[in-house]
Design a protein around this ligand. Structure first.
Ligand code: LLP
Length: 421
């Protein structure tokens, strides 16, 4: 459920008409709903009720300072994957002991940054990283808390580009080698081994792969404890999918996921962390765009809109489906039109939808892409010299620009011309 609904014939973001925001900031833009962000965070938090737990929002999904602050104030921790994300989390007021650091390629500089600023734990992904982390911690006279990310070799049954738990993926260490890698880590004085980490992929629409992976983690916990390791924290990653379409095939709910966590891991007495990104931010954001032209092609009509693949790359990159709806509420029972919905960028990949049935819209009208809050703004670029589009946050009847649109001069002046030219 989200807070983008039609009211009195127009689409609202909470209590603000989307058209009013468009008037204020121009199109295209992203708009997020505070109530939806918080609702989704609390769904997870409540689902793990009864377990010692922390929901660490995977901020790669949407990392605007205002979004981070909204979630941090509600009690969320953060999952970061770069020095930049670590800095963003700290800047939004998240204490170091609520930040976990994931990722296969942490540099020594990023590790130092986190050790200096405070960190809940590093989720370590390889033996070379273990060596660098140990050396860095020792050089700083400190000890780094770690979990080791194991790759359980489970098929997450999701898009190939976002599956991470198969042995062919670059993530984690093979679970079959876990004992020797834990023994190595435990022998190093700069590291404190505290738990296990696993993350098998994103947009999972079935609980079965989670169940398989978490059963393997439960078994591994017992084995490692028998080897003498203290395993007191389990980081279970993110990945629970969201409904992108409005048919009946909704993915499992956080409450079902929580029950699965309790069933598979609850008996171990560990502190539980989860790292949801998409489920918190995805349906909490829209991308709003204006129709520039309706162009009749051969056997098809193109809706050419002012948003493009540089603003929302998911359809081009993952063949992702986003529901696209008119901002003026269609008359019930009105006839549908069929469009190819495309942006102005000069490549055919700049296509949001092919042969999409939707209510007819005309040039000058607004359309909203639903489920665009996660992996939307954060993956945008200035391809075709299209400045990054603004982000807006709504809270009840208020809205604020949380990242403004840069001017063309700002975009151009980031380049420097060498003195020989
Ligand atoms: N934890 C780790 C270690 C991750 O790599 C990810 C996502 C998450 C948590 C959060 O997963 P989520 O709950 O959001 O599914 N750009 C792609 C998704 C990439 C996901 C990368 N890792 C997309 O637009 O579909």
């Amino acid at each position: 459920m989200d807070h983008f609904l039609y009211r009195d014939g127009a689409l609202y973001a909470e209590d603000v008409p989307v058209s009013e925001i468009a008037k204020a900031v121009g199109t295209p833009f992203y708009v997020y709903s505070t109530a939806t962000l918080l609702r989704h965070f609390h769904l997870f938090d409540d689902a793990l009720d009864g377990l010692d737990h922390l929901v660490c929002y995977a901020m790669k999904a949407a990392s605007n300072q205002a979004i981070l602050k909204t979630l941090a104030q509600a009690g969320a921790g953060m999952d970061v994957v770069s020095g930049g994300e670590y800095r963003r989390a700290k800047a939004a007021g998240v204490p170091g002991d609520r930040i976990v650091f994931s990722g296969v390629g942490k540099t020594a500089a990023e590790i130092r940054l986190a050790l200096e600023g405070g960190i809940r734990q590093f989720n370590v992904e390889s033996e070379p990283e273990i060596e660098v982390l140990n050396a860095t911690a020792l050089a700083m006279g400190t000890v780094a808390p770690i979990t080791i990310r194991v790759n359980p070799d489970v098929d997450a049954k999701t898009h190939a580009k976002i599956a991470t738990g198969k042995s062919e993926n670059k993530f984690g260490i093979p679970i079959s080698r876990a004992r020797e890698v834990y023994a190595l880590a435990a022998s190093l004085p700069g590291l404190e081994v505290i738990g296990i980490d696993v993350h098998i992929g994103s947009q999972l629409t079935d609980l079965a792969p989670f169940e398989l992976a978490y059963q393997k983690v439960a078994e591994l916990t017992e084995v490692l404890r028998a080897d003498g390791h203290t395993i007191r924290r389990l980081d279970l990653g993110g990945g629970l999918g969201i409904p992108y379409t409005r048919d009946n095939q909704a993915p499992p709910l956080p409450v079902d996921y929580g029950a699965l966590v309790k069933r598979t891991l609850g008996h171990l007495g560990c502190e539980i962390e989860i790292e949801p990104g998409r489920l918190i931010a995805g349906n909490a954001g829209l991308m709003v765009s204006e129709v520039i032209y309706v162009k009749s092609g051969e056997g098809r009509d193109f809706l050419i809109i002012d948003g493009a693949m540089n603003d929302l790359i998911r359809p081009a990159m993952y063949e992702a489906y986003h529901d696209i709806i008119p901002v003026v509420e269609p008359v019930p029972g009105a006839e549908q039109a069929t469009y190819d919905i495309v942006g102005p960028v000069c490549e055919s990949g700049d296509t949001f939808a092919k042969q999409r049935n939707m209510p007819p819209v005309a040039a000058g009208e607004l359309v909203a892409f639903r489920s665009a809050g996660a992996y939307g703004a954060v993956m945008s670029s200035e391809y075709n010299s299209r400045p990054l589009i603004p982000e807006v946050l709504v809270n009840k009847d208020q809205f604020a620009v949380i990242r403004r649109r840069p001017t063309f001069d700002e975009m151009i002046n980031r380049d420097t011309i060498p003195e020989w030219l």
